[in-house]
Design a protein around this ligand. Structure first.
Ligand code: SF4
Length: 474
């Protein structure tokens, strides 16, 4: 088994899609690394990228071409200032030149050099092949696969050995929910404590805490930015941003000037059931409106589902526990990351493999278990909460209209967050020893359902809402 860190499951990136934007971006950077390693980089005179399968079918709506150009230019998706995206892309498209890794100017005609092929590569539905022509006329190609959540792999899986060696270092190697529970029981630890011990075999305590703080800062920022930005989302569907008005109506006369003061202001508002529903929806919509406009979000476990986990954490902070602090955030992220990794090991977090159950379903499950720990649930109740959340997402298809991560994606985050909270509450009131469906069984069911689902419903925009509703209807 390979190691999957919390920082693999929760990654800072740029919207709108982890598999179609962040993955290709990172693949382009990996390819540059390969060229350098083989001492071919300096000899490159021409480049092109072939996209296959789902990457090709919904690549335009998911900004795959933009991500590739930014990756090929050598920019880091974690730190690249998103306000510069337009300028960089304008430069490439108007000059028909690209500065490979910021160093080497090569001719680049986006419409010709990024090729959208309809066929699927056998290894994975999200395939891409980078080709470089060298000075001597020879061509060097390398294929990558974007397997969901920003993860990229090569068919030969060269990094597999390293990841397996890292997994062997974990004091508590976990593949399944039952193993996680066994460690919690044997050690008398919570889920987040067990996960923290594993993370310590990869990095120092300070690095873990610092990394989690950075992740939460981006999550909070994406909620704040989304809730304070009005207008229409890009892409042609004319989707109106809704978080802005929701926030305005809910916050009333409470004043604030930054995200921390916003939290205090929300705590000051009167909340009944309707307001709670609206606040949670507002947080989730905000993140995914930022995501849909190529903004900075945390892939959790994907970009399309990036709003669920922040919305549920924020719910805990502003509704459940007004004294919540970073320690709670830490526990929440560690627990949710581990639950996500169990899904990745036992099923998939890629919509191209499993439909939306693999994105919103998994994020809801991650959030439910993590919230349950903060609410005082036992590890058994936490996994029960995760199971309940996924059980009621089983079979959910991926059918984004016009290939844009907007409809049904943005609203789906609100629904996933609400389901997570409900699943948590049900688990807290239940005796997990009487549960009929353990988490591992629901994960296995999700994977079988994924395999039975036709490719029309796996991020290809060839079925469902994507064919019932045309961009011209919008
Ligand atoms: S429908 Fe779900 S899985 Fe598909 S792009 Fe939207 S959020 Fe992602």
């Amino acid at each position: 088994m390979e190691s999957i860190s919390v920082f693999d499951m929760l990654k800072i990136g740029v919207g709108p899609s982890s598999s179609h934007t962040l993955g290709p971006w990172r693949a382009a950077l990996r390819w540059i690394g390969e060229l350098k390693e083989k001492n071919q980089f300096e000899d490159v005179v021409e480049i092109s990228v072939d996209l296959y399968g789902s990457l090709s079918l919904t690549g335009k709506g998911h900004a795959t071409d933009i991500a590739l150009m930014l990756g090929l230019s050598g920019f880091d998706p974690v730190t690249f200032p998103i306000e510069n995206i337009e300028k960089e892309i304008d430069f490439i498209t108007s000059e028909n030149k690209l500065k490979l890794n910021g160093e080497l100017k090569v001719p680049f005609f986006p419409k010709q050099n990024i090729i959208f092929n309809r066929k699927f590569l056998e290894f994975h539905p999200n395939g891409m092949t980078f080709t470089a022509t060298l000075k001597d006329g020879s061509k060097k190609s390398s294929s990558f696969y974007s397997i969901g959540g920003g993860f990229t792999v090569k068919e030969e899986r060269k990094r597999k050995k390293i990841k397996m060696a890292k997994f062997a270092l974990f004091p508590f190697p976990i593949e399944k929910g039952t193993e996680l529970l066994a460690y919690c029981k044997a050690e008398g630890k919570s889920i987040s404590e067990v996960v923290f011990e594993n993370e310590k075999s990869l990095r120092s305590e300070a690095e873990i805490n610092d990394g989690l703080k950075k992740i939460w800062d981006v999550m909070l920022d994406s909620m704040y930015v989304g809730a304070h930005t009005e207008g229409i989302l890009p892409g042609g569907l004319n989707v109106t941003r809704r978080a802005f008005d929701m926030n305005k109506n809910l916050i009333g006369d409470n004043k604030y000037t930054n995200a921390d003061e916003w939290i205090a202001a929300i705590r000051n508002t009167e909340v009944k059931f309707r307001q709670i529903l609206k606040w949670v929806s507002c947080f989730a919509l905000a993140v995914n409106e930022v995501n849909a406009s190529l903004g900075r979000v945390v892939t959790a476990p994907t970009n399309g589902s990036a709003g669920v986990i922040p919305a549920v954490m924020m719910y805990y902070m502003v509704i459940e526990n007004h004294d919540a602090n970073f320690e709670d955030v830490r526990k929440f992220l560690l627990t949710s990351g581990e639950i996500g990794s169990i899904f990745k090991k036992g099923a998939t977090i890629s919509a191209a493999m499993g439909g939306c159950q693999a994105e919103i379903g998994v994020s809801s499950s991650m959030a439910a278990g993590a919230l349950c720990e903060l609410m005082g649930g036992t590890p058994e109740q936490c996994l029960m909460a995760s199971e309940i959340a996924m059980e009621h997402h089983l079979g959910m298809t991926c059918d984004p209209i016009a290939g844009l991560v907007q409809i049904p994606c943005i609203e789906r985050n609100a629904m996933g967050a609400i389901k997570a909270i409900n699943a948590c509450e049900m688990a807290l009131d239940s005796d997990p020893s009487k549960a009929k469906v353990p988490l591992d069984k629901v994960i296995a069911t999700m994977w079988e359902t994924a395999k039975d689902m036709t490719s029309k419903y796996k991020e290809t925009s060839e079925g469902g809402l994507a064919v019932q509703v045309n961009i011209s209807d919008c």
